[in-house]
Design a protein. Structure first.
Length: 51
């Protein structure tokens, strides 16, 4: 949160760039979908979709 606020104030780029944030968000969404579906899920990089 501090890094985000610093970037808003100064206009600098955050430590975690967009690509890293995307990977982290996908991993989180995959874990939630796997838990609720009680099954293993995989990432399709070509379609950029959880399968």
């Amino acid at each position: 949160m501090q890094d985000f606020l610093r970037c808003v104030r100064t206009g600098e780029r955050p430590k975690c760039n967009e690509d890293e944030a995307f990977i982290e968000a996908v991993a989180y969404l995959m874990s939630v979908q796997s838990y609720h579906g009680k099954r293993e899920v995989r990432w399709d990089p070509e379609a950029e979709a959880i399968v």
